[in-house]
Design a protein around this ligand. Sequence first.
Ligand code: GLN
Length: 254
Amino acid sequence: MAVGVLAFQGSFNEHIAALRRIGVKGVEIRKPEQLGDIAALIIPGGESTTMAKLAEYHNMFPALREFVKMGKPVWGTCAGLIFLANKVFGQKTDGQELVGGLDCTVHRNFFGSQIQSFEAEISVPHVADKEGGPPGFRGVFIRAPAILEVGSEVEILAEVPVPDKLKTSEVIKESQKVYPESLNKVIVAVKQGNLLGTAFHPELTADNRWHLYFIKMVNDQIEETETATSSGIIKAGDIYGLQDPKIELPIYLP
Ligand code: GLN
């Protein structure tokens, strides 16, 4: 069993490399019928409007929505998180199609423009609980979205304080009119059943814990389905063995 990575645009290669580092096979997904062959899907970061246009052109949206409805695990990172959100704030005028399913409101460019991209140490107690390692994680935020509000079924996995210099920005003032809470801290990682969303880019770090966490979600889901056989379970290290995590293009080395 392999994990699919939506491969129209953005950091799909980096996710496939991160999966390879934990010994899991990742495959590039560009056609609706390919979704039938994978246990789970990652929607990478990139540029959500462009990615949505390409996905629409390739008629992916109905199949992606069906995949989510079937209860298959899907992880959206950054632009991928925008894809999964039920509501998006700060979209381009004519908006973009969404897959939806994740009961939250996301501000598409909450942290500002590309040049306001940043790295921050974030507290990830849930992930550290399951995967071990330090309680912190180096979050790489690239023109990142933020989650302003979540429904009751959504588990919050990480939050960050809003950087002081952004507090007077138009983006924040604008979202504050609707979500007054979003001035001091915002949510940057959530889980809701089979769906995982992160506003940052774990595939660009050498810390594999988010990928391992997602694979556990995948295995839990496989175990729950009636047709599951133990051979369907994906184990970290199954395909390529566990490799040195520092081998491929991490931009951050702990
Ligand atoms: N904010 C970006 C968008 O709208 C997403 C950025 C990212 O994926 N790194 O698409």
